[in-house]
Design a binder for this molecule. Structure first.
Ligand code: NOJ
Ligand code: CA
Length: 655
């Protein structure tokens, strides 16, 4: 029996539902046209997205797309604020208009589908909700028909999907009409409509991650397939992740949007135990070739080195120490051998008891390291016990890693961003929460804002970071990140390498720029990545900034920027009147004019500026820097020089 009464059981009854943003400027329109579902979007009467298809293609069933009638629609307005545990903004307003459209097929098998639209002032989102129903208990998603029909002449910035190095690629600018191979989200677009858009998803659980590719004249969702070609296996009821689009009038508007976090649920438990931290690491010494991950003569993770590094943490005032290569499994080609990694067994030259006791005695917390090399079957067998093992030694932080081009799950090779990958990352996160462990995930699943629900997911990598220096990074990369990857939240870029001229790993950066990264690239766990002797012996003056820079912000104000060219941001310190400002540029040096209009009026602020000297250059004069103090008041203008491949950092302390 159909839920539709006979009166409404009229096939092809067309319908339109308009959902407007609270300020009335953004207009998301659901269209039912001869039973087919679609939507389009306007802002101030300009078309942002043309008519775009909606629907799901399911295995062994007719697609859910074409034979629908509206049973009813329900509208509400939400306006609330919530407090983050950490992040780029402490107090966040969640204000939207929502319409849920309840649909039923007017032909056999009469399936039910709900489409829920939320429209904010800064963008819109929708998701498919498939209720439990008599004729469908579960479903296998073969494909999604979801389109985002932006004008294909628009410019876009993205990284390619389905590549061996996961999200670790350079951002490239392409016209949308060339995107015939899938790209990851967030996909940033400068539309011919005059708007800046970022297409992304929120609350990705139990489903393949959405990538996007051109299909005819439209961008279409290409949900990551499993190795059998299916996109997801789910039980009903099920809600897909939110498909979301930030809509800004300029590129900086994208950065202030908190829609992704707002589309995620509040935490279900108390997470007041989470605590941002800064850490040194037995890490860069491996990258410069001084030490090795694997045991041997130059093994980095020895008891002796760890104790030396703990001393350095204490001297430098850094609360945490990451130790990589401490466990059994790194011998030989560790990418090949990682199938046997053991997460509860230290190498013979590393004594976890001695090191953790020494850390505790000196007020230094260890950051554990789990390099899974993507061998999920091996890792999951040990996962819970390995967290218990860390807790036994008082360790509350874990950096996890998923190197390798694919994951091995259930004996099959799967994409990190497939449904099975997503499920693994979630199991690891939820178990970590159970043991009050905080995670820094490398080679992660991209962020879709679930850190609002799981604030112990402190940070992740998920883009090229400092480890690519030594030739593979250009100064434009960090000028792309704020407008692309970082729209999805914090990143562990591993900043703070001051030994920029080191021959083996020469860095495309001035030293001042390394400080700027702590402000420009948000992370609630920040590494001071260089070898401690560099901080202790060569740059105690610059290091002072690294020690002091905060890990969470009251609010964030992007000041200036152009995608891939330069970016300047001001951030107010969490529950404080102090501010920090940071900026980076690409290969071109530039003088930026800062208009300081965000300070408390009529009060002096002491500005400590760390900037490039006039003759600094990322290629041949990386060490040219100036540290100076000035008095700044609200309303002042400041000119700041940024050298080619350079940057600046400024602390504004209320006097
Ligand atoms: C890649 C990570 O990004 C890096 O930080 C780590 O050192 C190596 N994998 C080894 O786990
Ligand atoms: Ca990496």
């Amino acid at each position: 029996m159909s839920l539709l009464g006979d009166i409404f059981k009229k096939p092809k009854a067309d319908a339109i539902y308009e959902v407007k943003s609270p300020n009335g400027q953004l207009d998301c329109v659901f269209v039912l046209d001869h039973g087919q579902i679609s939507y389009f979007v306007k802002k101030n009467d300009k078309v942002v997205l043309r008519k775009s298809r909606l629907g799901l293609i399911l295995r062994d069933m007719t697609p859910m797309a074409d034979n629908f009638a509206v049973i009813r629609a329900y509208t509400r307005t939400v306006d609330e604020t919530w407090k983050a545990e950490w992040g780029e903004q402490r107090i966040i307003r969640n204000n939207y208009n929502e319409t849920a459209i309840y649909l039923e097929e007017y032909e056999n098998p009469n399936r039910l589908l709900t489409l829920r639209f939320r429209v904010y002032d800064d963008g819109f989102a929708f998701r498919y909700e498939i209720p439990a129903q008599p004729k469908m208990k579960n479903m296998v998603v073969e494909d999604e028909l979801t389109e985002f029909s932006v004008d294909t002449n628009s410019r876009s910035w993205s990284i390619p999907a389905y590549q061996p190095d996961r999200y670790e690629y350079d951002y490239v600018e392409h016209p949308v009409y060339t995107l015939t191979d899938s790209v990851h989200t967030p996909l940033t677009i400068q539309s011919t409509s005059g708007h800046y858009l970022a297409i992304h998803e929120a609350a990705l659980y139990n489903y393949g991650a959405m990538t996007l590719k051109l299909n005819g004249a439209s961008l279409k969702a290409d949900v990551t397939p499993l190795s059998d070609g299916m996109r997801a296996y789910v039980e009903l009821p099920f809600s897909t992740p939110w498909r979301m689009v930030i809509v800004g009038n300029n590129a900086l508007d994208l950065i202030t949007s908190r829609m992704m976090l707002n589309l995620n649920d509040p935490p279900r438990d108390d997470f007041s135990w989470v605590e941002p931290t800064k850490f040194l690491g037995i890490w860069w010494a491996m990258y410069v070739g001084e030490w090795t991950w694997a045991p041997g003569e130059r093994h980095g993770a020895t008891t002796e080195h760890a104790m030396q590094y703990i001393d350095s943490c204490k001297n430098l005032g850094i609360p945490g120490l990451l130790i990589e290569g401490w466990n059994d499994g790194w011998e030989g080609d560790w990418l090949e051998n990682g199938v046997n990694n053991k997460f509860m067994e230290a190498t013979p030259d590393f004594d976890m008891q001695v090191v953790s006791d020494y850390g505790r005695a000196n007020g230094v917390e260890l950051v554990g390291h789990h390099e899974t090399v993507g061998y999920i079957d091996n890792y999951e067998q040990q996962l819970e016990d390995s967290y218990k093992y860390l807790k036994k030694y008082g360790i509350r932080y874990v950096k996890s890693g998923y190197a390798g081009s694919k994951m091995t799950i259930n004996g099959r090779r799967e994409f990190h961003h497939s449904q099975l990958g997503v499920l693994h990352y979630q199991r690891a996160l939820e178990l970590a929460a159970k043991y009050h462990i905080m995670l820094d995930v490398h080679e992660p699943i991209k962020s879709t804002g679930i850190e609002r629900t799981w604030p112990n997911l402190m940070t992740r990598e998920g883009a090229r970071g400092q480890e690519y220096e030594g030739g593979a990074l250009s100064p434009s990369h960090a000028c792309h990140l704020p407008f692309t990857r970082l729209l999805a939240g914090g990143m562990d870029y591993t900043p703070g390498i001051l030994d920029v001229g080191n021959f083996a790993k020469r860095i495309a950066s001035t030293v001042a720029r390394q400080l700027a990264y702590y402000i420009v690239i948000y992370s609630s766990m920040q590494m001071a990545s260089d070898r401690p002797q560099i901080y202790e012996n060569q740059y105690p003056d610059l290091f002072e900034f690294i020690r002091e820079v905060p890990l969470r912000w009251e609010r964030t104000l992007p000041l200036l920027g152009d995608i891939g060219k330069y970016y300047v941001v001001a951030r107010q310190v969490w529950e404080s009147d102090d501010w920090y400002v940071g900026g980076v540029t690409n290969e071109e040096g530039r003088r930026v004019e800062l208009y300081i209009d965000f300070l408390e009026p009529a009060v002096n602020y002491i500005a400590t500026v760390y900037r490039d000297s006039e003759d600094a250059h990322y290629r041949d004069h990386q060490l040219g820097y100036v540290i100076e103090e000035k008095i700044i008041r609200n309303g002042d203008r400041m000119e700041m020089y940024i050298a080619p491949g350079g940057g600046f950092a400024m602390r504004l302390h209320k006097q």
